[in-house]
Write a protein that binds this ligand. Sequence first.
Ligand code: CO
Length: 134
Amino acid sequence: MIGRLNHVAIAVPDLEAAVTIYRDILGGSVSEPRPLPEHGVTVVFVELPNTKIELLEPLGEGSAIAGFIEKNPAGGMHHLCYEVEDIIAARDKMLVEGARILGDGEPRIGAHGKPVLFLHPKDFCGTLLELEEA
Ligand code: CO
């Protein structure tokens, strides 16, 4: 069911500092910051030949990643995003398998304008997973 690794997301306390690291030190191609208030994050993407790195900074009150940054003050790997062909079919398969879907179980529009779902890390080897319809 899962296809390409769409991105690896890293939550950071300071997006500007993270952009400097990825653009100036690692020499990556980094997009302009984009606020996503409905997800409580500001995001940039680092384009790599085979995938992307998503750098996430908390945005606004009660950001979904605020607690993560509290536990990981220097930042850390937050989630992996796998592409799927059909997000509803993927959601239904996860429910049949007994996996927990975060939120109300309905896909939301993610950072790429495509529907996404998040799966509970305790059901997936301790890693938060995002599924994105490719
Ligand atoms: Co993501």
